[in-house]
Design a protein around this ligand. Structure first.
Ligand code: FNR
Length: 371
């Protein structure tokens, strides 16, 4: 449905992994190798998925990951997704690269949300955007470390991806075939990269933005700079984009409050291991108590539970909710969240567990158990 509703270029932008797509596929497929233990006669009538993430009460330990350009999947996409997350009792993370601004989302949801930051070179922009986030009531910064240079995504190159789309004949035909999308975009006030245009020096239109962005990703990023940004923010921070035990150990030393194990949904280093495969080693590296989250390939409640049993305190979902947004806006995001919730609940029950806090490694079948 998403594919039918959203212009090809924006559908492909979501669906793609980098290069051969092997990491993108492994993120999902590696969950299939993990087996759940089927347990019976354990009184499963009173179940609860309620949990806490970063000190906040959540209805289940599943957050919406930062996804850029949601406003191109559906009119006011960031607002629609944030509202669905708020109503479902799960955190929403706004991307730096969003169409709706921090202020738009804060005004439309009147609920706390998390903000994702790319480590950009423009110091003035960085200070300004952190200030705006604070003023909008954001309490959690998700600092992404795995996109200092972009992994090549063939589909985006083929489509010459731009937002908004260039007005070529092919794009106009594609858009004309998707009247719902066009009508939505026409109704919405034009927002266009609300976190950047008008907020970064000299960036007043799309042309400026493209030029500015191409100069911004900071290839000099090192741990000292990460620590500097954490200090600048002064609030809670999740470091996102760590997929190696040594990096995880170093990340803990920065004083960050949590790590989000991520390979950017297989969109950056193709050939890297899946996140679910790396999770146990990263858990060992950071110790049993350190807050650890995972994203990548979580498109079902079962995958969420397998990640939690493998050492994550919770998961983030990216594409799973974005497909829902493209198909049906806020209702589609709600639907995606509720599919995951229901599958988690039933699976937890069939594993003989009542409380998500008790869903641990003992719920997984391992070869040693066969001896
Ligand atoms: C992303 N991701 C991402 N991450 C980030 O820190 N900032 C961003 O702006 C974006 N943008 C973005 C766009 C699209 C279309 C996708 C699919 C992903 C990565 C995202 O936060 C998350 O790490 C992955 O999406 C997780 O994998 P799954 O759930 O999509 O398999």
């Amino acid at each position: 449905m998403h594919r039918r509703r959203v212009p090809r270029m924006f559908y492909d932008y979501v669906d793609v992994g980098s290069w051969s797509g092997s990491t993108y596929r492994a993120n999902r497929d590696d969950f299939d190798r993990i087996l759940l233990r089927q347990r019976v006669a354990r009184d499963i009538e009173r179940r609860s998925l309620a949990s806490r993430m970063m000190g906040e009460d959540v209805s289940m330990p599943v957050a919406l990951a930062p996804v850029g350009l949601l406003g191109m999947q559906h009119a006011d996409g960031e607002i629609q997704a944030a509202r669905a997350a708020r109503d479902a009792g799960v955190p929403f993370t706004l991307s730096t690269m969003s169409i709706c601004s921090i202020e738009d989302v804060a005004a439309a949801t009147r609920a706390p949300f998390w903000f994702q930051l790319y480590t950009l070179r423009d110091e003035e922009f960085l200070d300004n955007v952190l200030d705006r986030a604070r003023r909008a009531g954001v309490e959690m910064l998700v600092l992404t470390l795995d996109l200092q240079i972009q992994g090549q995504r063939h589909a985006d190159l083929r489509n010459a991806m731009t937002a908004p789309p260039r007005l070529t004949v092919a794009n106009l035909i594609d858009m004309a075939r998707r009247p719902h999308w066009c009508a939505g975009m026409a109704r919405t006030k034009r927002r266009g990269f609300g976190n950047i245009i008008g907020h970064a020096r000299g960036v007043t239109n799309m042309g400026d933005l493209m030029e500015w962005t191409s100069r911004q990703f900071d290839q000099r990023l090192d741990w000292a700079r990460v620590e500097q940004i954490i200090a600048k923010w002064g609030g809670k921070v999740i470091l996102k984009g760590i997929n190696d035990p040594e990096d995880a150990q170093r990340a803990v030393q920065t004083g960050a409050d949590a790590i989000l194990v991520s390979n950017h949904g297989g969109r950056q280093l193709d050939g890297a291991p899946s996140t679910i495969r790396m999770l146990p080693a990263i858990r060992r590296a950071v110790g049993p108590e350190y807050p650890l989250y995972l994203d990548g390939g979580v498109q079902s409640g079962q995958a969420a539970l397998k990640a939690i049993a493998s050492g994550a305190d919770g998961v983030f979902i990216g594409r799973a909710f974005t497909y829902g947004l493209g198909a049906m806006g806020q209702a589609g995001v709600t639907r995606a969240i509720e599919i995951i919730r229901r599958e988690m609940d039933i699976t937890m029950a069939l594993c003989g567990v009542n409380d998500i806090a008790d869903f641990g490694p003992h719920c997984l079948w391992s070869p040693e158990l066969e001896q």
